[in-house]
Design a protein around this ligand. Structure first.
Ligand SMILES: [Zn+2]
Ligand SMILES: [Zn+2]
Length: 186
């Protein structure tokens, strides 16, 4: 197991911060991760940071906008994991992209994994396990004969009250699978 290059933040301290203070800590963490990458690649530009990501993804590296996006709802519920894992994950994308030929590298390929392991000392996981019930507008999963459907809590409540939905494509009655718990790669 690699040993993390950035300090391990105290979970209790983090949980006690109000939202604004916790978001400042997130910004500081991005800054610290960026400085670490600069030791390796000294022309790496500083990414801008937004907390405007919605839905299931925890973070996203947006090369067009020139920065990193984070999911404020998931951050609020998973502060420690964001600092320890999601920030290095996105910063590793940022770094790899700015390496020579980096734009040709696969998103979670060898280069990205190497940065995660060797530079950040963090296991290179590509999915998170955060509960996305609050952050995702449609966390309820249903299945028909041809695909999966995502329902909002409101629509799901109608099903629980007895309403039946059918798939428009295959005409089968939708069957409830449960709440979505695991997230998507970022
Ligand atoms: Zn169907
Ligand atoms: Zn990723």
């Amino acid at each position: 197991m690699p040993s993390p290059a950035l300090p391990d933040p105290d979970s209790r301290w983090l949980a006690a911060l109000d939202r604004a203070a916790s978001q400042r800590v997130l910004h500081d963490r991005v800054e610290a991760a960026w400085r670490l990458c600069r030791e390796f690649h000294d022309t790496l530009p500083r990414p801008r940071v937004w907390l405007d990501l919605r839905g299931k993804a925890a973070g996203q590296t947006h090369f067009g906008r020139g920065g990193l996006r984070f999911n404020p709802v998931l951050f609020d519920e998973n502060r420690h994991a964001f600092l320890v894992e999601v920030v290095p994950h996105e910063m590793a994308h940022w770094l790899v992209h700015h390496l020579e030929d980096g734009h040709r590298a696969r998103p979670h390929g060898h280069e990205w994994r190497t940065v995660m392991l060797r530079l950040f000392g963090v296991p290179p996981r590509t999915t998170h396990r955060f509960d996305t019930a609050r952050s995702s507008p449609a966390p309820h999963r249903y299945r028909c004969g041809c695909r999966e459907h995502a329902f909002t809590s409101r629509r799901h409540a109608l099903v629980e009250a007895g309403r039946v939905y059918r798939c428009r494509r295959c005409a089968q009655t939708l069957v409830y699978l449960g709440r979505q718990v695991s997230g998507t790669p970022s």
